[in-house]
Write a protein that binds this ligand. Structure first.
Ligand SMILES: NC(=O)N[C@@H](CC(=O)O)C(=O)O
Ligand SMILES: [Zn+2]
Ligand SMILES: [Zn+2]
Length: 463
């Protein structure tokens, strides 16, 4: 058979003529698939998948690159419908190239970029420039989210027809809430004529002025001004009523409170067209992380209490929350290594999704199939993309994961330009080894690939 190829000769950003992954556990909710299979990719598409799909003929082909998949997981590549790539305007924090590199390393084939750039993405010109930049970089596909209001000032609606035509897949004023009921109503009506989801950052700013963290016992103890849950709940409740009145598609970004979960559950039970997302950090961390005043844990909406975390997990499991989105929010040491009250909110997400979520799966908090669905089909529905799948005939958009690989998160391994994650130096378990997007390899982990390429024991898979 053809020898496994070491990482340094795996050409990133190219299509391999014949790539075979043998004996891998493939999980694809779109096909209700969870089984050990071989996967054969030819010319960037999945030509065969199933037990014994890697025939001796194929394995012995001159052109074949063979990856042994034993002990690994193969998943459809992910869609992140909520990331901040900071280009244009704040390239010292992140840019489209570094953001997409981080996404590829995290297992993503598609990234939606929020419009709170400088200038704000409220025009066709900015949307087009972002897409052109991403195309020149290669890697995962970038799909801009346009602003709801001009300059994200909450007043005048953007020209959504233009934004959509240029490639925007949704609208949001993320970072700011659309607080005016009148503006939100018109935004929902207008966006629905273009079938764009309106993505709300739910925060009643009148209730969160000067807020630094979740309002509760810990904010009192730390002497920091709090953001009460009700500031989120009020907006979600109002918007659900507006969604019902307009029939428009409404999506709540980064849900963090148990009250918002309750409102969403009731809205869905009544058939209102609402969807919602949760971040990996809101699923795993509480306001206790802020004790010690480490600004790395300052994030909007704030990390809340265990009761909220439990409600979010339950809501994700039962489908009340549809999507897992990272809210990847890179900030430099300028914005983070300072007084807590001066620091900017936000933390990294793209490269940490796999270890964080596999931790929840391993602990029995969420089924793996539901997690994969929330990272693929669910966001695809909200933003109108084709979800990556492992089905025969599909374009190869997948990620190969070593679920047992343990490592300490070293800052040097992050592709992001920023370092703002509380997981630095922590022991993690679960590593993306390979990501394909648009039929091409966009990421190979050098360390893992070198290990996997070591000579096989006789009788091993694919021999
Ligand atoms: N999540 C954050 O804390 N910050 C985001 C804005 C946002 O998502 O609201 C950012 O742009 O930095
Ligand atoms: Zn936000
Ligand atoms: Zn955001």
């Amino acid at each position: 058979m053809a020898a496994p190829v070491p990482a340094q000769v795996v050409p990133a950003h190219t299509t391999l003529p014949l790539l075979i992954i043998t004996g891998v556990r493939a999980v694809d909710p779109a096909q209700r698939l969870d089984a050990v299979v071989d996967v054969v990719m030819e010319g960037g598409s999945i030509s065969r998948i199933g037990r014994g799909a890697a025939t001796q003929d194929l394995l012995q082909s001159e052109q074949a690159m063979v990856v042994r998949g034993d002990g690994l997981l193969l998943l459809p590549a992910f869609i992140d419908m909520h990331a901040h790539l900071r280009e244009p305007g704040q390239e010292y924090k992140e840019d489209i190239a570094s953001g997409l590199a981080a996404a590829a390393a995290g297992g993503f084939a598609h990234v939606c970029a929020m419009p709170n750039t400088r200038p704000v993405n409220d025009t066709r010109a900015v949307t087009e420039a972002m897409i052109a930049r991403a195309r020149s970089v290669g890697g995962p596909a970038l799909h801009p989210i346009g602003a709801i209001t001009v300059g994200q000032r909450g007043q005048e609606l953007t020209e959504m027809a233009d934004l959509k035509e240029a490639g925007a897949v949704g609208v949001s004023d993320d970072g700011r809430c659309v607080t005016s009921s009148a503006v939100m109503r018109r935004a929902l009506e207008y966006a629905s004529t273009f079938d764009l989801a309106v993505i709300q950052h739910a925060e009643d700013h009148a209730l969160t002025e000067g807020a630094q963290m979740h309002e509760g016992a810990i904010s009192t103890r730390l002497g920091l001004r709090g953001w009460p849950r009700v500031a989120e709940d009020i907006i979600v409740a109002r918007d659900v009523l507006l969604a019902e009145a307009t029939g428009a598609r409404y999506h709540v970004a980064h849900v963090s409170s148990l009250g918002a979960v309750r409102i969403l559950r009731e809205a869905k039970s009544r058939g209102i067209s609402v969807t919602a997302e949760v971040t990996p950090h809101h699923l795993t961390l509480t306001d206790e992380a802020v004790i010690g005043y480490d600004a790395v844990c300052k994030v909007n909406p704030p990390l809340r209490e265990q009761a909220d975390v439990d409600a979010l997990r339950e809501a994700l499991a039962d489908g009340t929350i549809d999507v897992i989105a990272t809210d990847h929010a890179p900030h430099s040491s300028l914005e983070k290594d300072c007084e807590f009250v001066e620091a900017s909110p936000g933390m990294l997400g793209l490269e940490l999704v796999v270890p964080v979520l596999l931790g929840l799966v391993r602990a029995g908090n969420l089924p793996l199939g539901r997690v994969v669905d929330a990272l693929t089909r669910a966001p695809a529905r909200v933003v109108g993309l084709d979800a990556p799948t492992l089905a025969q005939g599909a374009r190869a958009e997948l990620c190969l994961v070593d679920p047992e690989h343990r490592y300490r998160l070293d800052p040097s391994r992050l592709r992001s330009k920023s370092r703002n994650t509380p997981l630095l130096g922590r022991e993690l378990c679960g590593q993306v080894c390979l990501t394909m997007a648009g039929g091409r390899i966009v990421f190979v982990d050098p360390l893992i690939e070198a290990q996997r390429s070591a000579p096989q024991a006789p009788g091993g898979a694919g021999s």
